[in-house]
Design a protein around this ligand. Structure first.
Ligand code: FE2
Length: 346
């Protein structure tokens, strides 16, 4: 088996492939690593045929939906997954054929109801069911400490002690373990009695992962994160640096329309000299009156540089092909000590 482990902060994802047929699968891919995965597959001569999530992630943004669309391959998850975009809903004891490799599914609920472990040759991809020196938490939606106890002690820990363990998370930079090592040293697995284990899991008092609301929203619906929307908008438009704009403002460059897309009070509090006001919320509806000539060069600006990127992308879509966004926003403009006008423009 070909095996690549890809680390994104504390999240671990895997590219596994069959040596003979070069068929591959991604396990728990993360959204920011899409280019990395495709580059690794190309380098190793692999064709990605499945994208698999071991469970509904609450702490990172899954790339399965986007990769499935991009590569025209199925998303594989346990049949209890709430995500509507899952193409192959798999159950306990079933397999995904990956060339000569058999990817066998163990349903191991506990961390979430839809958690699975994937057993391939001498390796077990444990998701968040079993981590190195820890277990997945059971206090997030659909978590259940009783179910995790059964999944670990009745299923996973009864497998061959030499089986390699590859988890979906590690915060200490550890790469893998074995079932035997975890049984012997994992502090949480020393609570062998059900009641003790459940009590321990109920009293971990862990803080909520960052972005939990957004991660669950996007991972359960296939929708986009804010960062994704911004990245997609940024790919469609050119940018201009603050210093370049300042030079043009000082040179009274009349070819450039500076469009401030903040609200009126922010605009009147201080804007780039000569800037026009057209709040983002009114952009589409007022664009015909405010910007009758689509061949003009337009620069959008806002407070931080995010909303102006979205506005520039919208203007491009509407046929304003010479729109650029400011790299930065009014906050950075003021901090640089660049000139500001307040009130309305004449
Ligand atoms: Fe998780």
């Amino acid at each position: 088996m070909i095996l690549e482990q890809i680390t994104t902060g504390g999240c671990l994802s895997y590219l596994i492939g069959c040596n003979e047929t070069r068929s591959a699968a991604l396990i728990d891919p993360e959204i920011s690593q899409i280019g990395h995965y495709l580059a690794l597959a190309a380098r190793d001569g692999l064709r990605i045929r499945y994208v698999i999530d071991t469970h509904t992630h609450a702490d990172h943004f899954s790339a399965t939906h986007q990769l499935a669309q991009q590569l025209a391959v199925p998303v594989v998850m346990h049949r209890a997954s709430p995500a509507p975009f899952v193409d192959m809903r798999i159950g306990d004891g079933e397999m995904v054929m990956l060339g000569r490799l058999r990817v066998q599914v163990l349903h191991t609920p506990g961390h979430t109801r839809d958690s699975i472990c994937l057993w391939v040759e001498h390796s077990l991809f444990t998701g968040d069911t079993l981590l190195i020196g820890a277990t997945g938490r059971t206090d997030l939606p659909s978590g259940d400490p009783e179910a995790l106890y059964d999944s670990l002690f009745q299923r996973v820990l009864r497998l061959d002690a030499d089986l390699n363990v590859f988890p979906a998370h590690d915060y200490q930079g550890q790469k893998s373990s074995t079932i035997g090592k975890e049984l012997a040293t994992n502090p949480r697995l020393q609570k062998r009695e059900r009641a003790d284990f459940v009590e321990m899991m109920r009293n971990l008092n862990l803080s909520m992962p960052t972005h939990v609301t957004e991660a669950l929203r996007t991972n359960m619906s296939g929708g986009k994160s804010v960062a994704q929307l911004l990245a997609e908008a940024a790919e469609k438009v050119p940018f201009m640096a603050l210093a370049e704009l300042k030079a043009r403002v000082e040179a009274a460059d009349n070819d450039l329309i500076v469009l401030d897309v903040r609200e009126r009070d922010a605009y009147e509090g201080g804007h780039i000299p000569g800037a026009r006001l057209l709040p983002r919320g009114q952009l589409e509806l007022r664009v015909n009156q405010e910007l009758p000539d689509p061949t003009r060069r337009i620069l959008t600006c806002c407070e931080l540089g995010h909303v102006s990127t979205l506005a520039a992308s919208t203007l491009h879509e509407m046929g304003f092909l010479y729109t650029v966004a400011l790299d930065g926003g009014m906050k950075a403009w003021r901090e640089a000590g660049y000139p500001v006008n307040s009130g309305r423009e004449p």
